[in-house]
Design a protein around this ligand. Structure first.
Ligand code: SF4
Length: 808
């Protein structure tokens, strides 16, 4: 968000307040006429179990991003079992082992239990237990150890952007973001630049959206750099290996490592890290030169096809050229290109859901999306599908414009050369920002103004961002750090004030619409009351804004001339209404959800979400069990394979091959190969590869004792011959080092990785001593990964680091 419009102009636009369903209504009016009955725990089903009476409550899992539906069994106020909820189309009656281990998130003895304030040095992890009131007081007025936000804002003359807000992925991120909006800062960072930034933007700019793959109906699947059998085992993973493979679809796996996905595929192609773009360009070359593409589709639905064809053929991106770069045999590239197009449109180049690996990742995603389009497999059964999204009602938010709030802290180049992006770190600054670029600018004194405080919600930058030494330095330099979390993570150790959040089984989260071929709405219902003194984020924000809203208003009044004029023209009470930060938090989450659902679908939907956790129109008619473990959610003819007439969802409704808008920002308008993308590793070094494992969701589940039983610590994969030469045997301790730092973990010599790369799984090796099970449980990849910034969106390129290894 860039605060570039003056508040006065904003007000003249007559959208000064909360918007509900298109008309201006204040938050307090929201439920004024409703016969709203607030019940914090949803209506439940009572069953008999071997141990006595049990209550079953429908909820949603939060052990990973997938949000599968679960049914929690509660006995005497204790959650004793989590079962899959068969009614949710997205999770199809599945709850994976990690989801089952969610009970431990609730009963983890290490979890944050009380508000705390820092009494030791930054990062030392020494805190004092305080009441909620004392914690809010410390945020507003500080202690002898740190300044409060009142002092900071006073000294920064009401520049609201002197605070950074950041959050990890989660359903309650939305609630926290409302606090950010009401506070009025321009500095927001989320996990996108450490996650899916380049894939989402690459696909969106090329075909109009990050579409899902219809793996249930695809006949041919290329899965490159996506390790679905191992990295995230969700219901659609089961589709790939049970349904898709089970009915004979062909699966090609492209990966530098022999993963479990490779083991289950029809063909594994070991590729040099970071060279997938060359592979896709060569596939495209074959399809173009042999004219295998769907001519009618391309003619009608492509923009810039001739330019791209000229570029691909003119640059001689032949399979023989690609073989030298990728290590994949030319004959395999010819075969795959031909087979893919023979099956198109029921053929999928799987978009993947991983973070950015290489600096060329954005162009790779564009090339993949174009290749998919060449076969016409867009918005169609068996190809990529956009799916339908069910509408939800709106609810009130508050985004006052503070005259003194500076625009987002980016580093603009004063006189950029023609074609240059205009920013010093990357070409485009997206809504979620570039985390590492922001951090580095802060440390290098390249901020346009002072940023002195930060709020962190459900986010662990100490573990999830390359170069943890720099992140620690940033957190130490930040004068006021407020962390809201459930666990005492490495990041929480650097906080000045810690606010303990209730776990997902103790709270109701914002209702969510899940788009797709079989769209639905689902709700995470509170299963048990919050333990200890923890609170859901909605309540945390309610208490905090009650405390700070008025005192901060006094500062605004002092410095904001627009506000002074407004008060002179009307009354202070009237103007304060626009700035009252408590407004978005006047109602409970249950009340807000109910309003959002009832206003569109009526009372029945509210009831369904409380009882079943799931709702979609005609659910009662469509939903039925069809076999022991299979259910119908929508009849075949009602499924939304196509929502755009088989066309891309770009503004032009065409596949965009050649984007002049990118060229204007100094970015290649078409995917091309550049010499600097070549895979290079100096003699004696190795390319460090990282990835995920289905038992762990990054560092978020690292302290889960149940999951730790499955993997106690991570091991580094080293090619067996290399290990032998260096005298490294299984279980030997190895030090991995780069220009950024070092980490230690045990060795796993194997033939599953080539001699020029090593691999270990992400999310291990935390330093927080408050985490009994995660503390130093292996190596931390981000201690070693260098902070390489992907040039288009500023994402962190995770696979651009070469490391040395030595036996300790
Ligand atoms: S895949 Fe597993 S961990 Fe992820 S939401 Fe589903 S059940 Fe939970």
């Amino acid at each position: 968000m860039q605060v570039e419009v003056s508040r006065r102009r904003f007000l003249q636009g007559s959208v000064a307040m909360s918007i509900v369903g298109g008309s201006a209504v204040t938050a307090t009016n929201l439920f004024a006429n409703s016969e709203h009955e607030h019940s914090s725990v949803p209506k439940s089903i009572t069953t008999k179990t071997g141990t006595g009476e049990a209550t079953e409550i429908a909820t949603l899992c939060e052990m990973c991003v997938n949000k599968c539906a679960a049914i929690a069994r509660v006995e005497n106020g204790v959650v004793t079992k989590l079962n899959p909820n068969p009614m949710f189309p997205k999770s199809k009656n599945m709850l994976c082992p990690r989801g089952n281990a969610g009970i431990q998130a609730l009963y983890d003895p290490d979890r944050l239990k009380y508000p705390m304030i820092r009494i030791g040095e930054k990062g030392e992890g020494k805190f004092k237990r305080v009441s909620w009131e004392e914690a809010y007081e410390a945020i507003l007025n500080g202690t002898d150890k740190f300044p409060g936000m009142g002092k900071i804002l006073e000294e920064e003359e009401d520049n609201r952007s002197s605070f950074l807000f950041c959050a990890g992925e989660g359903m309650a991120e939305h609630t926290f973001k409302q606090f950010y909006g009401a506070f009025g800062s321009s500095n927001w960072l989320n996990h996108a630049s450490l996650c899916l930034q380049t894939v989402i933007t690459g696909y969106s700019l090329t075909i109009g959206g990050y579409a899902a793959a219809d793996l249930e109906n695809a006949e041919y699947v290329i899965m490159a750099g996506a390790n679905r059998a191992e990295a995230i085992v969700t219901p659609d993973t089961m589709d790939v290996f049970k349904r898709t493979k089970g009915r004979g679809a062909k699966l090609i796996c492209v990966d530098p490592r022999f993963t479990n996905t490779a083991a289950k595929s029809d063909k594994w192609l070991a590729i040099n890290p970071g060279t997938d773009l060359a592979f896709v360009l060569a596939l495209t070359y074959v399809v173009m030169t042999e004219e295998l593409y769907n001519k009618e589709y391309v003619e009608k639905n492509f923009n810039g096809f001739d330019d791209y064809k000229k570029s691909v053929i003119g640059n001689k991106y032949t399979p023989e050229w690609a073989e030298k770069i990728t290590g994949i045999k030319a004959k395999d590239i010819y075969t795959i290109a031909r087979e893919f197009m023979a099956h198109a449109p029921k053929a999928v180049y799987y978009p993947g859901r991983r973070s950015t690996f290489a600096n060329n990742d954005f162009q790779l995603r564009r090339a993949m999306a174009i290749f998919q389009g060449l076969g016409g497999g867009i918005d169609t059964k068996g190809g990529l599908v956009f799916g339908k999204k069910l509408k939800l009602g709106k609810h009130a938010g508050l985004e006052p414009l503070y005259e003194r709030a500076e625009a987002r802290a980016v580093d603009k180049i004063k006189h950029p050369a023609k074609g240059h992006a205009g920013y010093s770190d990357c070409a485009v600054v997206s809504g979620g920002g570039s985390w590492i670029a922001w951090r580095n600018r802060f440390l290098e004194g390249r901020m346009p103004y002072k940023v002195r405080g930060m709020f962190i919600y459900k986010h662990n930058p100490m573990m999830n961002m390359p170069n943890i030494a720099k992140t620690a330095e940033m957190l130490k330099k930040m004068e006021l750090v407020v962390a809201i979390d459930t666990m005492p993570s490495d990041t929480v150790m650097y906080a000045d004030v810690v606010l303990p959040e209730a776990t997902y089984l103790e709270r109701t989260d914002p209702v969510k619409t899940f788009g797709g071929v079989e769209p639905s709405i689902a709700q995470r219902n509170k299963v048990v009351e919050p333990m200890f003194e923890t609170r859901p984020v909605m309540e945390i924000m309610h208490g905090l804004t009650e405390k700070i809203s008025k005192p901060l208003w006094e500062i605004t009044k002092k410095f904001d001339e627009d506000v002074q004029d407004e008060i002179a023209d009307s009354s202070e009470a009237e103007v304060f209404e626009e700035f009252d930060m408590t407004k978005p938090f006047h109602h409970s989450q249950e009340e807000v959800n109910e309003h959002m659902v009832k206003s569109v679908y009526g009372e029945e939907a509210v009831k369904a979400l409380k009882e079943h956790g799931v709702f979609y129109p005609d659910m009662d008619k469509y939903y039925k069990k069809t076999s022991v473990n299979e259910h119908q959610y929508y009849p075949e003819k009602e499924k939304h394979y196509s929502v755009n007439g088989g066309l891309p969802k770009t503004k032009s409704k065409k596949v965009e091959c050649n984007l002049a808008s990118l060229a204007k920002k100094g970015v290649d308008p078409m995917p091309v190969w550049r010499d600097e993308y070549n895979f290079k590793v100096e003699e004696g070094k190795f390319r460090l590869l990282t990835g995920r494992h289905a038992q762990f969701t990054q560092s978020g589940t690292s302290n889960n004792a149940v999951l730790r039983d499955l993997i106690m610590e991570n091991y580094i994969w080293i090619n067996r011959r290399v290990a032998k030469k260096r005298g490294i045997e299984f279980g030997d301790m190895v030090e991995v080092s780069s220009r950024t730092g070092k980490t230690q973990l045990k060795a796993y010599p194997t033939e599953k990785v080539g001699p020029n790369a090593v691999f270990f799984v992400h999310g291990f090796g935390e330093e927080s001593e408050a985490l009994t099970w995660a503390y130093k449980n292996g190596g931390n990849d981000n201690a070693v990964i260098e902070d390489v910034i992907e040039p288009v969106y500023g994402a962190a390129s995770m696979h651009e680091t070469n490391v040395e290894i030595r036996k300790v």
